[in-house]
Design a protein around this ligand. Sequence first.
Ligand SMILES: Cc1ncc(COP(=O)(O)O)c(C=O)c1O
Length: 382
Amino acid sequence: MSTLISRQALQSPRSAAGILGLSRFSNTRRTELALKVSSVMPEGLRDNCITYFTQGGSGAVETAIKFVRKITGRSQIVAFHGDYHGVWCGAVSLTTGDQYREGYGPFIPGVIHVPYPYCYRCCFGMEYPSCGVQCAKYVDYVLNTPYTAADDVGAVIFEPQQGEGGYVIPPPEYIPMLKEACEKHGALLIADEVQAGAGRSGKMWSIEYSGVVPDMITWGKGMGSDVPMAGLTMRRDLGEKIRESSQPNTFAANALSAAVCMTNIDILTEDDNALIRRAGELGEHIKGLLNEGAKDTRTIGDVRGRGLFIGIEMVKDKETKEPLDLDSIVQIIMGLLRRGMVMVPCGRFGNVFRFMPPLVLTKEHAEKACEILLDAVKEVEK
Ligand SMILES: Cc1ncc(COP(=O)(O)O)c(C=O)c1O
C-alpha cells in the first residue's frame, strides 16, 4: 500500500488545501471545511488564507501567540484592557479580567496591555469625537516611540467589538488607525472574532465594518453552535511559514465537528446572508426599544452594541456614571429570573447586562425581552 503513496505526496503540504498543522491523512470534511471557511473570510483574506483548526476559542488564541512568535521572530504581544481571549496559559495572559487571572500567574512574558476604546468611560477623560481618537494615537505612541519598551511587538490582538469587557464598540476611525500603527511597527493585527463573529454583528465578521483586513482571525463559538469547532485563519503567506505537523491536534475539525460547522456556515450565508442581515436589523430594533425605554429609567446609563450583541450599562446616576451597585444588579437579575429571562452581567464593574440571543430569535421574543428587562429595572428603581 505504501508504495502507492509517493514520497512527494506524503510531504506535500496540507496548506495547499488551506489547512495547517494537522494530520497529513486528513478527513475529507476537514479539507472541505478549510475551503468553506476561506470562502467566507473578509475580502483580502478570502480564498487566500490558511486555517489551523482547534476545539475552542482559547486554543485558537493560544495558537496565534505561538505562530506570531514563529512567523515574526518577535516575542511581544499587545492586548487590550477588558478584552477576553480565553483561559489557557497564553490566552489568559492576554485576558485582563481579575476573575480569570487571580492565582494563575505568573503569566507569559512580553504582553503589553493598552486601553480599549471605551468611549462611555474614556480613561483619558476625553469625549468622542473631539478627542481625535486619542486611544488609537496612544497605541501608535506605544508601538512607535522609543523608550516605551515595546520594541519587539509581533502582533496586536483585539476584539473588534468587545464582549466580556462590557459590550463596547470602538469609534469608526479606531480600527483603521490601529492598523496603521501596526504597519508602522511591522506588527501583525489579529482580530479575535470568537464572540463577535459568525454573523452576530450583522456581518459575517465584525471587522468588516472597518474595511481593515486583519492578518489573522480567531473564531469559534457560533461557527460550531455547541459542537467544539474553532480556528485561527491567517494570510496564506504567513501560514506557509509554519512547519507542517509542528502542532498536531488529534480532534480538531474531526469529521462530525467539520460537518456541523459547514452546515452552520450554509445556514448563515444562505439566501444572500439573510440570517446575518437580520441579526443586524433586529439588533438596531432592540437598541431602539431599549434606548426609548431607558428615558423612563434612572439607571440605564448606556445602550450600545452591533447586531445581536448588545450591552446595557447600569449606573447609579446618569450624570456621574457611577456604576450601579452589585446588590441592585442582583435584584434586577432575580426579577428577570422571576419573569423567565436569564441575563448574565459583565464588564469591569459587573454592571453591564449583555443581550446575546440566538440569531434565530423572533421579533416578538425580542420585543418581549425588552419589555421584561425595562420592567425588572423599574421595579428595583422604585
Ligand atoms: C473574544 C473571545 N475570545 C476567546 C474566547 C475563548 O473561547 P472558548 O471559551 O471557546 O475557549 C472567548 C470566549 O468567550 C471570547 O469571547
